[in-house]
Ligand binder design. Structure first.
Ligand code: PLP
Length: 388
């Protein structure tokens, strides 16, 4: 098989099916028509046409779905209107009233909010676990445990999970495993090779790549497809063909962009590590990052997002630093071409692990700007901070 960066330029294209144009067209449709009664009947059983209604996606979506499934080594892709919708759609597909769900304490905040509200109201019990639990997750599996959710590295705090140990324990008890693979993207971590059943990513981030797209994807093997598909269709999820075309465009340059994000993030993290204001770097490629050994063993690279823990300083000092940055901007999300920085406090979002750091935490996303300019921006910011 050709290498991933080559795959990215060839997947999800089929020029002979659309006048030999390099890229597939944006095919817009709600209604799909059936020339004969036989076509109409055959379509109900999926025999003749690939779609019976625009809500299931037109050929533009199918090109994207096929590309993502091949890239990850899965059979099928489902598309959702956001990364969060891909997560909630997956959980709803497999959980029933009375079920027990295991979720890492370092999970993406909105995922936690969904579990604590919607799932709780529908009678699903969520138990949070230490993201570094590894194979000991077996001791938390009950007879009614249906799903183990994972996210590696964790949002904001970057704990890398021992995914093979967790999926091995889950398999022994017939529990389904899901992974939010947004940070690594399919280029740096292969979910199926590590035993994951349901691979989820926010295409909003690296695949979109330009801060102008919201979309999520779930990739699975054939065995889990029907449940996911039916739940998604009954919920009424649909994505726009224009957004699918943007996601396909993003895929073409993903490898080149990720390489730059990885290099710049490592350069910034290494530079920050030696600053007197800094106490910890939470970047999976750093030994001091919890679970670093699993990153080294299981991942094929790093990407552009990491966190920095600082010594305590005042809110005014922090404002002096971040209010006047010239290149970095403050904003949620990441994965675009532009660098971002946000302060965060994980204390409020933990229920089973203890967050002991007292100083300021900043999450940094290294964009595609020249890394010397990024360093200078941070250095100027730290100078302003130290004046307070
Ligand atoms: C951003 C993000 C999501 C959600 O993606 P949206 O498209 O913004 O809904 C899910 N998981 C992780 C880890 C993310 O960073």
């Amino acid at each position: 098989m050709v290498k991933k960066d080559t795959l990215l330029t060839t997947l999800g294209r089929n020029p002979q099916s659309h006048d030999w144009a390099v890229n597939p067209p944006e095919q817009r449709a709600s209604t799909i028509i059936f020339p004969t009664l036989k076509d109409f009947e055959d379509a109900q059983t999926g025999k003749t046409v690939e779609t019976t209604y625009g809500i299931y996606g037109t050929s533009t979506a199918r090109h994207l779905m096929q590309a993502l499934a091949t890239l990850e080594g899965g059979d099928k892709t489902l598309l959702y209107p956001s990364g969060l919708a891909a997560i909630t759609g997956s959980l709803l597909a497999f959980l029933r009233q009375g079920d027990h769900l295991l979720v890492p304490d370092s999970v993406y905040g909105p995922t936690r909010r969904f579990c604590d509200s919607v799932l709780r109201h529908y009678g699903v019990e969520t138990e949070y676990y230490d993201p570094l639990i590894g194979g000991d997750i077996a001791s938390l599996i009950r007879d009614n445990t249906r799903v183990i959710f994972t996210e590696s590295p964790g949002s904001l705090t970057f704990e890398v999970q021992d995914i093979p140990a967790i999926t091995a324990a889950a398999k022994q008890r017939g529990v389904i495993t899901m992974l939010d693979n947004t940070w690594a993207s399919p280029l740096c971590f292969q979910p199926f090779q590590h035993g994951i059943d349901i691979s989820i990513q926010a295409l909003t981030k690296y695949v979109g790549g330009h801060s102008d797209l919201l979309m999520g994807a779930v990739i699975c093997k054939e065995t889990h497809y029907k449940k996911l598909f039916n739940t998604s269709r009954w919920l009424g999820n649909a994505v726009s063909p224009s957004d699918c075309a943007l996601a396909l465009r993003g895929l073409r340059t993903l490898a080149a962009r990720l390489e730059q994000h990885e290099t710049s993030a490592l350069a910034l993290a290494n530079w920050l590590k030696d600053r007197p204001e800094v106490t910890h770097i939470l970047h999976p490629a750093f030994e001091e990052c919890p679970g670093h050994e699993y990153w080294k063993r299981d991942f094929t690279g790093a990407t552009g997002l990491f966190s920095v823990l600082f010594k305590p300083f005042s809110r005014n000092a922090l404002a002096a630093m971040v209010d006047n940055l010239q290149v970095f901007a403050m904003g949620y999300s990441w994965g675009g071409y532009e660098s971002l920085i946000i302060p965060f406090n994980p204390k409020n979002d933990r229920t089973v692990t203890h967050w002991s750091h007292d100083g300021v935490c900043l999450r940094i996303y290294a964009g595609l700007e020249n890394v010397e300019d990024l360093k200078q921006d941070l250095e100027d910011g730290l100078r302003r901070l130290n004046r307070h």
